[in-house]
Design a protein around this ligand. Sequence first.
Ligand code: SF4
Length: 474
Amino acid sequence: MKVLIINLPRFQGSSVTREGRCEFVCNYRVDTPATLLIIASLLRNRGHQIVFIDANAQNLDFVKIRNILITKIPDCVIFTFNSWIIEHDLKISEILKRINPACITIGFSWFAKNFPREILSRFPNLDIQIIQDPFSVIESIINCLAQRESLENIKGIAYKENNIIKVNSKFTYEKSFKELPLPSYDLIKSFKPYYLYTPLLKPYALVYAGKGCPYSCAYCPDANTKYSGRSANNILHELKILKKLAKIKYVWFYDQVFTINRKRIIELCEKLINENLKIYWFCDSRADLVDLQLLKIMKAAGCIGIAYGIESGSQKILNNMKKSITISQAINALNWTREVGIPTQLNLILGYIGENLNTLKETENFVRHTLPQIMQASFIIAMNGTEFTKIAIENNWISNNIRWQERITDLKIEKELYEPFQLDLINEIKILYKFLYLNPKWWINGFKSLIKNPQLILPIFGTILNRKRSIKFI
Ligand code: SF4
């Protein structure tokens, strides 16, 4: 089959990331569409003809896409869509149907997976929505379409048949990340448009070393998902390909928790040091999954940034969140990371159940004490499928007056009904940013770090500029 795989256009001029749990619109990064490139590899291996367009990277709008597609009419199209801008993203199915009414449109989104009936009826030109892991099911869908067979036996999808919406049962076996091929990077025309934090920080690629997270954080839509990771050799192989193809210098390992398997990370770091690939990389981790020895080897292997979702400086709130870390683990992680010279990003969530003036003070003290290089503070939202959302529904904190489009992303919590939202959290976020960026010690630490690590200048200043924009936004 002739399959078009498309990363959809930007939204109002801003870049869009549509990678699993991370669906966002921003002005500070353009990510390589790793998920779509892995799907391209799966289908190529089955002999299908792939046309790949990264409209987000190339800044092609829907008009330009239509003009391109008129000459390359596909049999079917596969895309990820961003639930926050679903009306924008799903215009693609309408455009394709106008060019070729027989073209089958297949879309998926992590956040939209629980709303197939609403989505398929709202968007009549979307034929198939994948509602589980797309890697586990995409080959069966395309093979079925190629054979003109019914989709009724394909689990994990919703589709239309004779204008009737059918939601098939879910599958229990999910492909492990080890079973997946590497992304088809050769389909990318040029790596020039991709960058992280600042357009100067490139050539850049987003890479998955694994996926899933077995932890149970109550606010997280990724909680309790099965973890599977690729071997150190396999990750190294991908990095070598990227180096050869695009001279990649910066990578973001997009795993939920990169250091979940300490032994594998040490093995990967040793290989990176031996190979001297000169790739600098960022990752996400947990405070209880790092130690000084591990951080030292990560630094030597090119790690230039770790984002920690610590979320609160109050042990009471961490316990309520089921975060399974202690404040002393969090302090150690941030201090050790700074000690070895890796910049830290501290992520905070304010307003969780039990938040009050005392717990906010504890978070202020935590920030003052740890002085992370970068901080991202936001307040709790009731994301679809989380334990927090379940509690919010049970306690009637949720507004009744919401459309299904809003329910896909987050349920609106009524300020009057949910006690922590009666605190001035927006002002608290401003206070936290001020604590950090107006603290002379934070600047001194930052300069020391830059002198030791000149390669950090671009990421750090790019990130600070980005935070400045966030403050303005808030
Ligand atoms: S560790 Fe991170 S990814 Fe895992 S459940 Fe907690 S917040 Fe989610």
